[in-house]
Design a protein around this ligand. Structure first.
Ligand code: ASP
Length: 320
């Protein structure tokens, strides 16, 4: 059986209808029969959801119009992307979610404070909304072989929070995924990033920017051949382009080098995020959604620089 490829698209990659189309084209271009697509919330939505909680905690502030604005943004987005039937279903679920959010916010308003789990539940809606729309959108375009299955990561990824952050409970998470994906499934899994469930069954998140971690977790759960983190830059840069204008994209890096760069402040990929991939030796590509023809940066255990002689080594510039 062909191995899985896991794609993860960040918020800027699913910011609007044009972005949704671009992501679909990237997924459709791959002939691999088993691919998982982990999505973030649409750009700015997680911040807006957390902003609602802050607003509800603020005396005399009025939150209903802010909830309405978020709903409207998603309704408008869906209107241009899916059939009338899919749109109606999507809008119905969205309205139900927004009523639930308003109910939770009303409680926050009355007690003038929120709990962690309330913030987790509310901030996790963005990924539910982006994926619930992307799944029917991709299915209705009809350009891929096989099925499109929406996977709610809250039903799969079980974590235990500790001082080092969320620790994935691998055995139970693996069993959960096997239960949801039919044996022999071929097609695309559309997976909510960021959200998970605690061992006590309470909804949680994987922390800010947690969708990269989700991508890596699903890569490990599916024993993927590779994980591709799609973002809005060409790959890992050799320096901060604001300080060094001729900074270049690094072709390949070892896991350790990527971790060192992250430690020194480069926006590579968080070390914790990489851990599940590193433990299983799964290569991670960082690529640009807006320039998919570019190769991006490969992060793996043994980059070619280590195994090839200096003479045969292509220079970074020559690859671009
Ligand atoms: N949407 C979440 C956040 O903004 C997770 C992610 O995008 O990685 O933190």
């Amino acid at each position: 059986m062909d191995k899985w490829i896991v794609h993860k698209f960040g918020g800027s990659s699913v910011a609007d209808a044009g972005c949704f189309r671009r992501v679909a084209e990237i997924i459709e271009a791959s002939p691999n029969p088993h691919e998982a697509v982990v999505l973030s919330a649409c750009r700015g939505v997680t911040d807006a959801l957390l902003g609602l909680v802050t607003l509800a905690e603020t005396p005399d502030a009025y939150f209903p119009s802010a909830v309405e604005a978020l709903k409207k943004r998603h309704v408008e987005l869906a209107r241009g992307l899916v059939s009338k039937a899919a749109f109606d279903t999507y809008r119905e679920q969205l309205e139900r979610d927004c009523r639930d959010i308003a109910g939770m916010l009303q409680t926050v308003r009355l007690i003038r404070s929120s709990t962690y789990s309330m913030r987790d539940v509310i901030s996790g809606y963005g990924e539910i909304w982006s994926t619930r729309l992307f799944a029917p959108f991709l299915r209705e375009r009809g350009r891929i072989k096989g099925d499109v299955l929406w996977i709610d990561a809250r039903e799969v990824v079980i974590v235990e929070w500790g001082s080092l952050g969320p620790a994935v409970q691998w055995a139970v998470s693996e069993a959960n995924l096997q239960r949801l994906v039919p044996a022999g499934f071929a097609g695309r899994l559309i997976v909510t990033g960021f959200v998970a469930t605690t061992i006590k069954g309470i909804q949680t998140t994987l922390g800010r920017n947690g969708s990269d971690f989700s991508g890596s977790i699903f890569g490990a759960l599916l024993n993927a051949a590779e994980i591709i983190i799609w973002t809005d830059v060409d790959g890992v840069l050799s320096a901060d382009p604001r300080l060094v204008p001729n900074a270049e994209v690094i072709d390949q890096l070892s896991y350790n080098e990527a971790m060192e760069l992250a430690y020194f402040g480069a926006k590579v990929i968080h070390p914790q995020t990489m851990e599940p991939a590193v433990a299983r030796d799964i290569p991670i590509f960082i690529r640009n959604t807006f320039a998919p023809q570019k190769r991006g940066t490969l992060i793996c255990a043994n980059p070619y620089r280590r195994s090839r002689s200096r003479a045969s080594r292509p220079s970074i510039r020559s690859r671009w």
